[in-house]
Design a protein. Structure first.
Length: 50
């Protein structure tokens, strides 16, 4: 019997979001997620330029 395929990064992210939503009630909108992603990218770029 072949082993099941490991979950994709997108599947893992969806599972993590569902667990976070269940645990804390946090359920960001797409706009909030996009803003957080943009801030993370900005901070990473800033750190890389140091």
């Amino acid at each position: 019997m072949p082993e099941p395929e490991p979950p994709t990064p997108a599947e893992l992210a969806a599972q993590a979001r569902a667990m976070l939503r269940e645990w804390s009630g946090y359920d960001p909108t797409e706009a909030e997620e996009a803003a957080a992603d943009a801030e993370l990218e900005r901070r990473l770029a800033e750190a890389m330029n140091r």
